[in-house]
Ligand binder design. Structure first.
Ligand SMILES: *[C@@H]1O[C@H](CO)[C@@H](O)[C@H](O)[C@H]1NC(C)=O
Ligand SMILES: *[C@@H]1O[C@H](CO)[C@@H](O)[C@H](O)[C@H]1NC(C)=O
Ligand SMILES: *[C@@H]1O[C@H](CO)[C@@H](O)[C@H](O)[C@H]1NC(C)=O
Ligand SMILES: *[C@@H]1O[C@H](CO)[C@@H](O)[C@H](O)[C@H]1NC(C)=O
Ligand SMILES: *[C@@H]1O[C@H](CO)[C@@H](O)[C@H](O)[C@H]1NC(C)=O
Ligand SMILES: *[C@@H]1O[C@H](CO)[C@@H](O)[C@H](O)[C@H]1NC(C)=O
Ligand SMILES: *[C@@H]1O[C@H](CO)[C@@H](O)[C@H](O)[C@H]1NC(C)=O
Ligand SMILES: *[C@@H]1O[C@H](CO)[C@@H](O)[C@H](O)[C@H]1NC(C)=O
Ligand SMILES: *[C@@H]1O[C@H](CO)[C@@H](O)[C@H](O)[C@H]1NC(C)=O
Length: 824
């Protein structure tokens, strides 16, 4: 009782206090008769943004601005250079039709400054934090705050260049966190030599650059690996402007780019799990992000010490300065170029060549040249003043003359840069492609042999020590000291004894499941880390080939939507793989289990679909290898603690070379129901066969029904057939899992079904790529073409008669598969 009245009092005080602090009035429109005065605020209809008076932290000045209501994050300020001294300010529509901020003496502090307004106007505040001045009679927009950025780029706000006048809209930082007046940093886009990029300026000096925009991403930002992760768009709008802007994906609550008073451009995003605004990207991740820190002809790598090094064939101009870590003078050529000597009429037959830098932010002052990639190189070679070139699918050929400034080594993304050196510097790189290939193969063979020898040695040590009567414990420790920590790109080679200990000698109680290729055990390493151990049975279908395949593939992949391989072990007939342990089992354990399917609501399922799509896109496009998974199905999707999906089981994956995009196999592997027709029947597989499996996955996730559960159904030959029939009859409700149906997500669910149908179309060419799928998923406005009839509708009989054995295929059965390892 006492507690309750006390909390009631508290509540009343709280309400009163909030009222005093901020009075929001029930309108979202300002007119000449309807003004707002300090401390009133205007809320957008959905309540997410507020417009009104505020004081920054540690300041008593009053400003008129727009902030994100949940966290009072200020995104726009009107009178940033003319603060109000008291709380007598008002915002109104003036007689000339402009929005104005007036002080207590009715003096104009700020105005929207539109000239020649002939008619009555009013001002509205929209859901996206945009204050708009409208012409009453026509509804035309005369002015909007989104066209006048302060320090924050909001969804839809444009950094633009007017091609005719050269006028730019730009972000300008605050002076300090408590002073919104114009600071020293600004950010704007620059178009030069047909290349568009974004700069941050310290006064007038460049402070950071994004690297060339390629129509989808900024090539110098390594976290922006594909267009679909960040939603940026840009280019010529056909009306005389060049724009860069982003659109907030529908599943985000709050996403802005803010240029803070230290000159850092930061992506701030609402994290709904942590309930806080997170900084996801910052333009100043390391010193290497400072423009030109290494000077000309040098490369900056934040992971090496010192961070700057001269390009091969170049030496520091001033070695004393350089050694004092003052790199700004840069580097100079050790030997002059052949082409320069030729011009000086010395005779020589040798030519200059190019050295390659991989995954770099390419230098500033690129020149876009409209030629094909193969001509790019020869064009550069022919002209002695060309110092480097690079090719990008989106931009085309780029070339540089003179100094190469602001090159940065990236950890992912970036472009390959070829810089010009005299023939004498070429060395190893001068070898022709065939020789290179031979050398690479030789190295791989040597590494492979080494791995086998090491595993063999560990085993031999174990056996010989055992026969010496020493304890198992001891010798596994020895092995740790000796060889089990041999690292192959983070991959640990474990010894058998250690794994036996971790899994309690492969005890039955540790068994997680029985997969098609052998049992999977839960284990705990000495340091407490939980792992899943797949022990391939001797008689398993997964032979050494699949085993090594899985090791090699997984070893090189890292993505939040792919399961991580931690280590491996081969010991005689024993072959084992260690993965991160996934406590939440696989997707099929949820969606097909009536008692559990409730646990995955639509939002979660949608996140799972999106996660799988991102993992697949990474396999297909973004990893350095191009990989076709070939056995995508619900039981191969594992869920982590937060129910994020992770694609697993790469035993059947195929790696593609750079140009190939389709292959033929005599060994059809995969799972019935998920295989595309061209693969099941002709053994042809490509990215599009994974897209097909992904489509089946979407439809299973939405409907909560197994594709295979339709075997004996007379009315619909398969899930795909069933979905197709309902789609044509526009009877979509009947295919959505009733456990997840939520009216507020109706369109979103239908959209997913539509995308699923596009993925399972009969003809591989018609199916979208994973990149397109992701853009369809995250952008509600993206156009979806009508799907054509899915595969397998009429062919059911043909397929039924083609039994796996007759097909000489290796099928991993739908119910028992190796990825059950993290289940049960
Ligand atoms: C406000 O002042 C306090 C105390 O001087 C300081 O700790 C805090 O960082 C200041 N906040 C801002 C935004 O300047
Ligand atoms: C605020 O006060 C200062 C000093 O008294 C004065 O110079 C300035 O004009 C005032 N600003 C406004 C917006 O009234
Ligand atoms: C409006 O115009 C006046 C005079 O031309 C100028 O001083 C003022 O800075 C302008 N205000 C804005 C917000 O552009
Ligand atoms: C604007 O509205 C006022 C009152 O509503 C009216 O008197 C005036 O004529 C209007 N002006 C124009 C230009 O339409
Ligand atoms: C302009 O339109 C708004 C909203 O329709 C209305 O409230 C306002 O009175 C109009 N202004 C004038 C001057 O007519
Ligand atoms: C910006 O430029 C000034 C003047 O050169 C310099 O003192 C300051 O350190 C620069 N700021 C940053 C963050 O580099
Ligand atoms: C670095 O070297 C440049 C060029 O000699 C010089 O102007 C600058 O002052 C030096 N900077 C420092 C921090 O010593
Ligand atoms: C070429 O000749 C010019 C002037 O004669 C000289 O400055 C330059 O150093 C020479 N270049 C080489 C590579 O010898
Ligand atoms: C070489 O390139 C420079 C800079 O792009 C250009 O000005 C010059 O005309 C080119 N020379 C030849 C021979 O193409």
């Amino acid at each position: 009782m006492g507690f309750s009245s006390c909390s009631n009092l508290f509540f009343v005080l709280f309400i009163l206090f909030s009222y005093l602090l901020r009075v929001s009035i029930g309108i979202d429109t300002i007119t000449s008769s309807q003004f707002i005065k300090d401390p009133e605020t205007l809320l957008s209809k959905d309540g997410s943004y507020a417009f009104g008076f505020f004081s920054p932290e540690n300041s008593t000045n009053r400003y008129v601005g727009i902030w994100w209501n949940s966290r009072s994050t200020v995104v726009w300020v009107a009178n940033r250079n003319q603060p109000l001294n008291d709380s007598n300010g008002i915002v109104t529509i003036s007689e000339d039709g402009n929005i104005e901020v007036l002080n207590g003496q009715k003096r104009v502090i700020w105005s929207s400054n539109v000239s020649n307004i002939a008619t009555n106007t009013s001002s509205q505040f929209s859901d996206y934090g945009n204050l708009v001045l409208l012409e009453n009679a026509t509804g035309n927009v005369l002015w909007q705050s989104i066209q006048q950025p302060t320090d924050t780029l909001l969804s839809g706000m444009k950094l633009s260049i007017n091609k005719r006048t050269g006028e730019k809209s730009k972000l300008t930082s605050w002076k300090s966190p408590s002073d919104p007046s114009v600071g020293i940093f600004s950010s704007s886009s620059v178009e030069r030599g047909n290349i568009l990029e974004v700069f941050i300026w310290n006064e007038t000096r460049p402070y950071w650059r994004s690297g060339p925009w390629n129509g989808g991403v900024f090539t110098g930002i390594d976290t922006m690996t594909t267009a679909y992760f960040n939603g940026f768009q840009g280019g010529d709008d056909g009306q005389g402007n060049i724009n860069i802007y982003f659109t907030m994906p529908n599943n985000e609550v709050f996403l802005i780019y803010n240029l803070n008073s230290q000159g850092k451009l930061e992506e701030m995003r609402w994290n709904d799990e942590k309930k806080e605004v997170e900084v996801k990207f910052t333009s100043q991740k390391s010193e290497c992000d400072v423009y030109g820190i290494c000077g000309a002809f040098a490369i900056c790598n934040s992971l090496s010490t010192p961070i700057c090094s001269c390009l091969k064939g170049f030496d520091p101009i001033n070695i004393q300065e350089w050694n004092r870590n003052n790199w700004t003078s840069g580097c100079v050529r050790r030997r002059s170029l052949q082409c320069e000597r030729v011009n000086n009429k010395t005779t020589s037959t040798k030519e200059d060549g190019f050295l390659k830098l991989q995954m770099v932010k390419v230098p500033d002052f690129a020149e876009g040249v409209a030629v094909t990639p193969d001509i790019c190189r020869s064009l550069c070679l022919e002209n002695c003043s060309c110092t480097a070139y690079s090719n990008d699918a989106g931009i085309g050929c780029m070339s540089w003359t003179g100094n190469l400034l602001d090159i940065q080594q990236l950890e992912s993304g970036g472009l390959d840069l070829y810089f010009r050196v005299p023939e004498t510097e070429l060395g190893m790189h001068a070898l022709d492609k065939g020789t290179k290939k031979t050398i690479i193969i030789t190295i791989i063979v040597i590494l492979g042999t080494l791995l086998i020898v090491i595993c063999g040695y560990i085993m031999w040590r174990r056996i010989s020590k055992n026969s010496d009567g020493k304890s198992e414990e001891n010798n596994s420790d020895d092995a740790i000291g000796g060889f089990s920590q041999v690292k192959l790109q983070e991959l640990l080679v474990f010894d058998f004894g250690k794994l036996a200990t971790a899994t309690n000698n492969f005890h039955l109680s540790n068994k997680l499941g029985e997969g098609g290729f052998g049992p999977v055990y839960k284990g705990k390493l000495q340091d407490g880390q939980e792992i899943a151990v797949k022990r391939l049975s001797r008689a398993s279908g997964q032979g050494l080939e699949e085993f090594m395949n899985e090791v090699v593939v997984l070893c090189k992949l890292q993505h939040r939507n792919l399961v991580r391989l931690l280590g491996c072990c081969t010991d005689g007939d024993e072959k084992m793989l260690m993965y991160e342990y996934m406590p939440n089992k696989s997707l099929d354990a949820f969606i097909f289990d009536p008692s559990k399917s409730k646990l995955l609501d639509w939002r979660t399922r949608y996140n799972i679909i999106e996660g799988i799509a991102r993992g697949l896109l990474y396999l297909h496009r973004d990893s350095r290898l191009r990989i076709i998974h070939r056995d995508l199905k619900t039981s191969n999707i594992l869920l982590d603690e937060e129910l994020n999906p992770k694609i697993s089981d790469f035993g059947m994956a195929r790696i593609f070379g750079g140009r190939e995009n389709q292959a033929n196999t005599t060994r059809v592997v995969g799972t019935y129901g998920y295989m595309s027709p061209e693969y099941a029947m002709r053994g042809l597989f490509s990215e599009k066969s994974d897209v097909f499996s992904f489509g089946v996955l979407i439809l299973e996730i939405v409907s909560g029904r197994r594709n295979s559960s339709f075997y004996d159904n007379e009315h619909a030959p398969s899930l795909l057939g069933f979905v197709w029939i309902q789609w044509r009859e526009e009877n979509m409700l009947s295919l959505i899992d009733p456990e997840i149906y939520d009216h507020s997500h109706h369109t979103n669910i239908l959209r997913c079904i539509h995308i699923g149908l596009l993925c399972v179309q009969e003809s591989a060419v018609d199916r979208p790529t994973m990149a397109t799928v992701i853009s369809m998923l995250i952008s509600e406005d993206a156009f979806l073409p009508p799907p054509s009839q899915p595969a397998f509708i009429l062919r059911q009989n043909t397929l039924n008669s083609t039994q796996p054995e007759e097909n000489q295929g290796v099928f991993s059965s739908n119910t028992v598969s190796i990825t059950d390892m993290c289940g049960r």
